[in-house]
Design a protein around this ligand. Structure first.
Ligand code: LLP
Length: 385
């Protein structure tokens, strides 16, 4: 299932813009649903932080996924898109009162609570409304993930979650709060994880913790293992759909679920990254003293991942079949980190050519900024072009 670009249509469009291949998105979601159906008690919540484009949300809702939110604004966006509140989980280290109130009013599935002070405020706000908030505790399992330092989250040094050793105390405290109903445990060790062993390490930590909690007579209904499954940025055409089979099978094999427990996942990148490309127009080809630059009209404001995480996105010249040459592909922003990639082999580039920066469906459009007073990029789905 290789993404093809409607090049003739694109030539007439204002660039830069995001282009989403909805056939690929649907196949990806179908693959997830086929795998989770094997197990019966597995539920996927799309991590909307990866991409909140309305047209993408509509497809994801069509496929019956739940949602993982990290802000009240995300909650509003997914409620607008028609997702049921009962399938929303809400995480984040710094939830504002209005965000907690919104979750309470809408009756979301669960608050993933990250500290005792937050738990106390949720209890207070729920009491004021005469409601009971369902909560899971986000636990910092102190498990490292083999990924970029900026996107690892499960280490003791990170700001996220409550320490494993404080768990029993916190659960006991929750038991004393009238407006809190403790349901389970939440984890997330990082993002763009390709080694299944990292998830195995998480399963082992959860197993240990469950054994310990069970000895103290604590019953858990929900286990939420977060997201983190990575994608193949180097080969988007060869691996358009991530290996969901191995991912879910790893949890099935290594996590000891108890009778009646449900297992929840918060997948972001693996659902939407490969279906998206940033389409940009070449403004100039500039000969430097020892290299040539393809200067394009998209910048780090449109796709910040290369500048922020030294992330690699494959680049294709979709309007040229001239012989290959080597370029540094750079944007127009006044920052020397505004470079998409260096030494890239592209079909000969001329002014006006369109380049596609691949695997940009996750953490692309949503992380765009208005630096240099630039407008935010638009997003189009293949269904509408
Ligand atoms: N659950 C929680 C609690 C999270 O913090 C995240 C991502 C996810 C789920 C979804 O993770 P995913 O399945 O997408 O790996 N902007 C970075 C990624 C930041 C991820 C933040 N948390 C990037 O562009 O690589």
């Amino acid at each position: 299932m290789r993404t093809t670009f409607p090049v003739e249509k694109m030539k007439g469009m204002q660039t830069p813009f995001y282009y989403y291949d909805t056939d690929l998105l649907r196949s990806t979601l179908d693959a997830v649903n086929a795998e989770t159906a094997k197990y019966g008690n597995y539920f996927v919540h799309y991590a909307v932080k990866a991409n909140a484009n309305k047209k993408i949300l509509a497809v994801i809702n069509e496929k019956g996924m739940g949602i993982d939110c990290v802000s009240g604004w995300e909650m509003e966006a997914v409620l607008d898109a028609g997702f049921p509140a009962s399938k929303i989980v809400f995480a984040g280290v710094g939830k504002s009162d209005w965000e907690i109130n919104l979750g309470l009013d809408k009756g979301i599935c669960c608050f993933n609570v990250e500290s005792i002070p937050e738990l106390e405020i949720i209890n207070e706000l729920a009491a004021a409304k005469g409601k009971v908030a369902t909560v899971c505790f986000r636990i910092n399992p102190n498990v490292g993930a083999h990924t970029h330092a900026n996107i690892t989250t499960g280490l003791a040094e990170n700001k996220f979650g409550i320490a494993m050793e404080d768990m029993e105390r916190v659960i006991a405290l929750a038991g004393t709060m009238k407006n809190i109903c403790f349901k389970g445990l939440h984890f997330h060790i990082g993002s763009q994880i390709l080694e299944m062993d990292d998830f195995v390490a998480l399963c082992e930590r959860i197993n240990e913790l469950q054994d310990k909690l069970e000895q103290s007579g604590i019953h858990i209904e929900i286990i939420n293992v977060g997201g983190g499954l990575g994608i193949d940025y180097d080969n988007p055409n060869e691996h358009p759909v991530p290996d969901f089979e191995s991912y879910f099978a790893t949890y099935h094999r290594h996590l000891k679920l108890r009778e009646g427990q449900t297992l929840h996942f918060e997948l972001g990148r693996s659902l939407v990254a490969q279906c998206g490309s940033l389409i940009t127009k070449v403004l100039y080809v500039k000969q430097g003293s020892y290299k040539q630059f393809a200067i394009v009209d998209a910048g780090m404001t449109d796709l910040i991942r290369p500048a922020l995480y030294q992330a690699h996105h494959e680049i294709e010249n979709i309007t040229s079949d001239r012989g290959e040459e080597i370029y540094d592909v750079v944007g127009p922003i006044c920052e020397s980190s505004d470079v998409f990639d260096k030494g890239v082999k592209l079909n000969g580039v001329q002014r006006g050519d369109l380049l596609a920066l691949r695997s940009a469906g996750a953490y692309g459009e949503i992380m765009a900024s208005g630096y240099n007073c630039r407008p935010l990029p638009k997003g189009y789905v293949s269904d509408e072009l």
